[in-house]
Design a protein around this ligand. Structure first.
Ligand code: TMP
Length: 233
């Protein structure tokens, strides 16, 4: 690849959006194309921090909302240098969730307002949620698998984990949409949340193979061509 590096691609989406299936299909496509690649999954439940996250998600333990947010971020920092090394070696990195999930889920936690108990307010401010991930290697492209929470629920229902509830997923979708706008290439680069990241919305309500084709169409020139600019931070 000469002085080029490989791209970093992140797949984001609501629970039951088909994200894990589609990530595996994308990896299969890279394999068939002969493109060296590595699939990462966040949270990475195999590390010591990851095991604490796993226990929290399964409601086997309770943690302060700030603490779990910082653990999710620390779980990404554990792999930050590995990601940079792989990209420099020409290995395309695909991540099933990343910092955007970190912000979207934590910023969607709400509590009743003390002054007006009928309304809810965020438990954690948006800027606070964003801060711990600043400086991580930023993806070159985010594929956001978009699906209406009602449609996601019909796909066999949500599982047992903590955030798999329709009201929570609806708020998460709104924060993801906000993150997409903040990352949009229509904004001047200096005002974007992630200046080098391309945010692509993929309609995840479509049939499986159509979704896979749309994802491939979006990333193929990036993964075939590589990049000369350093990894965005
Ligand atoms: P998973 O189902 O993709 O393994 O993700 C586990 C849950 O953790 C999912 O509901 C999204 C949530 N999550 C966060 O709250 N913060 C994060 O930083 C990440 C990566 C996931």
């Amino acid at each position: 690849m000469g002085s080029k590096r490989a791209p970093f691609i992140v797949i984001e989406g609501l629970d039951r959006s088909g994200k894990t299936t589609q990530t595996a299909l994308l990896q299969g496509r890279l394999e068939r194309e002969g493109i060296p690649n590595k699939l990462l999954k966040f949270p990475d439940r195999t590390t010591t921090i990851g095991q604490m996250i796993d226990s929290y998600l399964k409601s086997a333990s309770e943690l302060d909302d700030h603490v779990i947010h910082l653990l999710f971020s620390a779980n990404r920092w554990e792999l930050a240098s590995t990601i940079e090394k792989l990209l420099a070696e020409g290995v395309t990195v695909i991540a099933d969730r990343y910092a955007f999930s970190g912000i979207a889920f934590s910023a969607s936690k709400v509590e009743s307002s003390a002054s007006d108990p009928g309304t809810t307010i965020p438990k954690l401010p948006f800027e606070w949620c964003r801060a711990p991930d600043i400086g991580l290697p930023a993806p070159d492209e985010v594929l956001f698998l978009d699906i209406a929470p009602e449609q996601a629920r019909l796909r066999g229902g949500y599982g047992e984990e903590r955030y798999e509830k329709e009201e929570m997923q609806a708020r998460v979708r709104q924060v993801f949409q906000h993150l997409g706008e903040e990352t949009s290439s229509e904004k001047p680069q200096s005002e974007r949340l992630a200046p080098g990241t391309k945010w692509t919305v993929i309609d995840a309500g479509k049939e499986r193979d159509a979704v896979a084709e749309n994802m491939w169409a979006s990333v193929q020139s990036l993964v075939r061509g590589g990049l000369t600019q350093p990894v965005w931070k």
